[in-house]
Design a protein around this ligand. Structure first.
Ligand code: FE2
Ligand code: FE2
Length: 471
């Protein structure tokens, strides 16, 4: 289904036929645009950017590419095509037809899931808002803006669900989405990782590698939902999320590449002197971003998570491909625990371990990414490896909250941990060093010295294409 761009809000959900919903969204739209101007990308309002805009939901040809002035970007509402005769695939309602309307008995739970997901979308725009001032190339600047506008659209996706299915309290939640702000002392974003500053491009690439990957797994779990509008919304968001994954992985990969080149060229690990980012710093950034993202999955032993699954609201990663009964009554699994100051494990019901199950899928996926980075390091004949820290390291939620663990999982006293902290996590000097590399490069085709050029341009364009026009 093609989208009508003559409408104020492009959509494939038949907004024109639902005057009340349309009016509600049109009332929210100016507040959204004010928010974008105030807390969206700094200094970008006059730029024309070579952007992808969603124009439909067909697998081929769902987007078109053209220059867009950022405030004129058409944030629309798109749901993936309905699957004919879709059923609820797990939980106590397994086998029943998927809900096309909000199931009243699960209203509170669904609202919470949608609000939690929705809150992360504008949060990431806010966290990344200053990065446009120091982009390492026009290509990267364009990719940053692409991610930003799509996170904005993801907010639209969640706000649509709130407006369309939750009435007054949905509208109030939609307003709150623009009232909370990343890092705000009084009204912060809901989840901790979405309040962290993202001040440099190493952090941006780590963010899109680790934190957008959390998004990918949450969206997958929600796309399994028995509430069909939520499922369809998330399925379409995942097509956009793939690009965010690409930005993160290829970004870190290009940094690794440049670092290894400099290590070879100067026969030293200490490549900071030559304007590259040492592997030890990459490791610290990995330690930080990975650990705060593990927290996003929630507690290993969670009644809420059990309820979301049993009710058919939030499934597992690729639920329908898993070979079991998808009800899981009576089955148990082992999850990590800390007992008497030692790492241990405990048995919980498979239902209560749902957060951990999703986290496990995330850990595996992250490791596969690191394996690809390590392959590049090896290809230079360099004997070093980037590693995911132990799950107990630097955690704030669940079994490991408040535990002092080294990246290898060794538990220790708080004083020793604090003494070692600066070796494991980015410290003030590390931040200052990375910040010193953040010099904007805006010549078409040119690249900052700390990052290798990408393999190819965007949408068939050359690497030296002028992806952003400054006006
Ligand atoms: Fe998103
Ligand atoms: Fe994303």
């Amino acid at each position: 289904m093609q989208v009508d761009y003559n409408e104020r809000i492009p959509n494939n959900v038949g907004l024109a036929d639902d005057r009340r919903l349309l009016r509600a969204l049109e009332r929210w739209q100016p507040a959204y645009l004010d928010w974008w101007r105030e807390l969206g990308p700094v200094g970008a309002h006059e730029h024309a950017v070579f952007l992808r805009t969603a124009i439909g939901v067909d697998t081929d040809g769902w987007a078109h590419f053209d220059f867009v002035r950022m405030p004129d970007y058409r944030w629309g509402i798109f749901l993936a095509e309905p699957a004919p005769d879709r059923r609820i695939n797990f939980g106590i309602h397994k086998g029943e037809p998927a809900w096309q309307e909000l199931p009243g008995e699960y209203r509170a739970e669904l609202r919470r899931l949608i609000v939690t997901q929705g809150d992360t979308e504008p949060a990431s725009v806010e966290q990344q808002r200053g990065l446009g001032l120091t982009a390492p190339s026009l290509y990267d600047l364009r990719n940053l803006y692409q991610v930003n506008v799509e996170e904005g659209r993801h907010l639209w996706a969640m706000v649509y669900l709130l407006h369309a299915y939750f009435g007054r309290d949905g509208r109030e939640e939609a307003e709150e989405m623009l009232a909370r702000h990343a890092g705000d002392a009084d009204k912060p974003r809901t989840l901790e990782a979405f309040n962290e500053p993202t001040d440099d491009w190493l952090s941006f690439f780590m963010y899109t590698f680790f934190q957008d990957r959390d998004g990918k797994f949450q969206l997958h779990a929600l796309s399994e939902s028995g509430f069909d509008p939520l499922s369809r919304t998330c399925r379409f968001m995942l097509t956009e999320e793939a690009h965010h994954m690409f930005v993160g992985e290829s970004g870190v990969m290009r940094i690794v590449q440049r670092t290894c080149e400099k290590m070879r060229e100067h026969d030293t690990d200490d490549v900071g002197r030559f304007g590259a980012i040492p592997l030890t710093l990459l490791q610290k950034w990995i330690n930080f971003h990975y650990s705060i993202c593990l927290d996003l999955f929630g507690s290993e032993d969670s009644t809420n998570a059990a309820n979301y699954y049993a009710m058919g609201l939030k499934g597992r990663y690729r639920e329908t491909r898993i070979d079991d009964d998808h009800v899981l009554a009576g089955s148990t699994v082992t999850v990590p625990a800390v007992e008497g100051g030692r790492l241990a494990s405990k048995e919980v019901t498979a239902l209560k371990a749902m957060n951990e199950t999703l986290r496990n899928a995330y850990v595996d996926d992250s490791q596969r990414g690191l394996d690809r980075f390590n392959k590049v390091i090896r290809s230079f004949g360099i004997d070093a490896e980037l590693r995911l820290p132990h799950r107990a390291f630097h955690r704030n939620i669940g079994a490991f909250a408040g535990v002092c663990a080294a990246p290898d999982g060794t538990l220790m006293g708080e004083a020793s941990w604090k003494r070692k902290r600066d070796e494991w996590l980015p410290n003030a000097d590390d931040h200052a060093f990375v910040q010193s590399l953040m010099i904007p490069v805006s010549e078409p085709g040119a690249m900052a010295g700390w990052i290798a050029a990408p393999k190819r341009g965007i949408h068939g364009q050359a690497l030296d294409y002028r992806y952003v026009e400054f006006h």
